[in-house]
Design a protein around this ligand. Sequence first.
Ligand code: CU
Length: 111
Amino acid sequence: MKKSLILIAAAAMIISACGEKNKTADVALSTMQCGMCSMNIENALSGLKGFVSIEIDDDKKVGKVVYEAGVLDMAAIEKAIAGAGYDANDTPANKEAYAKLDMCCKIPGKE
Ligand SMILES: [Cu+2]
């Protein structure tokens, strides 16, 4: 009896630890234009320590990002996306990175 209680407690600890570890957040990607932008953004994040995944809705221009809390935070995620040439929430795109984007990835009418 005592043994099974300990096992249950251990399992509960493992489950809650997993739940705490990964955080999911939406990031507004208002300046992205096409599927290539999604790839650029994914590439920019893939090198970050603590990055788990991002699921980008091209139509809504929103990314659902999963990351390890305590290792990575939203500020670093926004900075990496901005560094790839895209606005991320309220963090504006890096101008030099934006200038290097392919034409299809630029905002129509904005060089
Ligand atoms: Cu694009």
